[in-house]
Design a protein around this ligand. Structure first.
Ligand code: ADP
Ligand code: AMP
Length: 208
């Protein structure tokens, strides 16, 4: 099953994707995680995209698509994958059709107010991609990852201004994908306002 998770930043895509990937034994592929990893490692790609991520803009389609084409060609993606944060523009979605098949697109539906609430308390464990929230999904020990005990961090783009801007970018450039995938008959909406367990269960329901 090749799955795409679509929806505004903060809707809970990563939270579900990490757990679903574990349960289903297929990789969770997040373009945002890949870019942040490159920034951390100081690679050439990292240097090219750092400012773009900090400003909440989108990385150019060409670079993003090239990266994903390589990633999806790896053997672990052959039996299925969960895409989180890609595609984010119509040209990316069109390119994806040239090198892979998308079976289902799950749209996370959540209002802006809730998005802001979620992103303002988000904490992440960079190495694993595990996501927490200071209030809604706190770690067992404050500020540390449940599995490794390593420190959690606040993403540099999770500022009030950053969140507002990324929501605008989502509306302008990513929301048109809803119609794109509706036309292909692959889109399914889920209520992302439920608890993490319920959202995961709803996604699994769609896959059955
Ligand atoms: P996305 O990947 O869509 O940007 P995340 O998975 O990073 O979103 O979640 C954003 C924030 O919301 C995180 O702090 C996460 O812990 C929290 N969160 C995720 N799902 C839920 C949920 N169902 N209910 C409440 N908070 C949630
Ligand atoms: P995310 O982790 O999905 O919230 O993404 C963080 C940031 O990475 C975004 O604000 C963009 O700057 C960049 N990014 C992630 N995925 C894409 C994509 N598919 N196309 C362009 N930029 C992306």
């Amino acid at each position: 099953m090749n799955l795409v998770l679509l929806g505004p930043p903060g809707a809970g895509k990563g939270t579900v994707a990490v757990r679903l990937a574990e349960d289903e034994g297929i990789p969770h592929i997040s373009t945002g995680d890949i870019f942040r990893e490159n920034i951390k490692e100081g690679t050439e790609i990292g240097q090219r995209v750092k400012q773009i991520l900090d400003e909440g803009e989108l990385v150019p389609d060409e670079l993003t698509v090239e990266l994903m084409k390589d990633r999806l060609a790896k053997p672990d993606a052959a039996k299925g994958y969960i895409l989180d944060g890609f595609p984010r523009t119509i040209p990316q979605a069109e390119s994806l059709e040239g090198f892979s098949r998308v079976d289902r697109v799950i749209r996370f539906v959540l209002n802006d107010e809730e998005v802001v609430r979620r992103l303002s308390g988000r904490r992440v464990h960079p190495d694993s991609g595990r996501v927490y929230h200071v209030e809604f999904n706190p770690p067992k020990v404050e500020g540390t990852d449940d599995e490794t005990g390593e420190p959690l961090v606040t993403r540099s783009d999770d500022t009030v201004e950053g969140v507002k801007h990324r929501l605008e970018v989502y509306r302008d450039q990513t929301a048109p994908l809803v119609e794109f995938y509706e036309k292909r008959g692959t889109l399914v909406d889920i209520d992302a306002g439920a608890s993490p367990d319920e959202v995961l269960e709803n996604v699994k329901q769609v896959l059955r």
